[in-house]
Write a protein that binds this ligand. Structure first.
Ligand code: SAM
Length: 243
């Protein structure tokens, strides 16, 4: 039977502790008792562990043998902010697929009310990523950055291959762009950034900005995909080449 996996809130060499919602769930819902075995992630490493003490606000584990841990994909997903329920679905799926960082941005066609309430929503996105990381047995929770205007993110310098998913692009495919990045990076896996537009797509000014800042425009094929479908498809292509 697969052991449940928990991501520790505090840890040291020999013990790990869950607090907050995780501890309450383990104590009150799962009614865990001392002696129960589980996998615990502490500092990006996974350990077999045994419950030592249980209280609704805090559950403490004794750490045992360390086990295999699959690293995250070296991929940052730059997501234009759009309808929250569908964006949150994409955050959950991107986490399951191994993304290392999610950068929410305010694009020109991001609805004003969503742009205004995005900052208040970040904690909820981080909770969704935490739960999805645990459910998909990851060893780290992807970082969710604070929302910024698109131009701020696109102009910022980054040591990575920068790829924009462009619904108007017809020539260059994502597969080819990732292949080229792998060839250029030799032994090391390349760091890749994937930019996904809002429901309304990129504005001509944004397409120009991407080109000026050295982002490579690629297509995911002839059909126009919803933003969340494009995000998942792009990550699947990246994972297929990089894992
Ligand atoms: N409103 C735009 C239109 O009708 O042309 C469609 C925008 S699409 C719903 C949202 C985002 O998903 C796009 O900005 C792009 O980043 C990505 N996307 C969707 N389909 C794509 C494709 N076939 N190739 C590349 N990117 C795509």
């Amino acid at each position: 039977m697969t052991r449940r996996r928990w991501i520790a809130d505090r840890w040291n060499e020999t013990t790990a502790t869950l607090t907050g919602a995780q501890a309450a769930h383990l104590a009150r819902v799962l009614r865990a008792q001392p002696g129960v075995e589980a996998d615990v992630v502490a500092g990006g490493r996974v350990f077999h562990a045994v419950v030592e003490t249980v209280a609704p606000e805090e559950v403490c584990f004794r750490l045992g043998e360390e086990t295999e841990a699959a690293p995250a994909l070296p991929v940052t997903l730059m997501m234009s902010i759009y309808k929250f329920d569908r964006m949150e679905w994409a955050i959950e799926k991107a986490t399951e697929m191994g993304v290392s960082t999610i950068a929410p941005v305010i694009a020109q066609r991001t609805e004003k009310h969503l742009a205004q309430s995005a900052t208040k929503r970040v904690e909820r996105w981080r909770r969704i990523a935490h739960e999805a990381a645990q459910q998909s047995r990851r060893v780290e929770v992807p970082e969710i950055l604070a929302p910024v205007p698109l131009a701020t993110y696109v102009k910022a310098a980054h040591e990575s291959t920068r790829i924009v998913l462009a619904e108007q692009e017809r020539q260059h495919s994502l597969r080819r762009a990732i292949e080229a990045a792998l060839e250029d990076s030799g032994e090391e896996l390349p760091r890749i950034e994937l930019a996904i537009g809002p429901e309304g797509g990129w504005s001509p000014a944004e397409e120009t900005l991407f080109a000026e800042q050295g982002w490579k425009a690629v297509t995911l094929g002839p059909r126009i995909l919803r933003a969340e479908t494009a995000a998942i498809t792009a990550l699947a292509v990246a994972a297929a080449w990089m894992e």
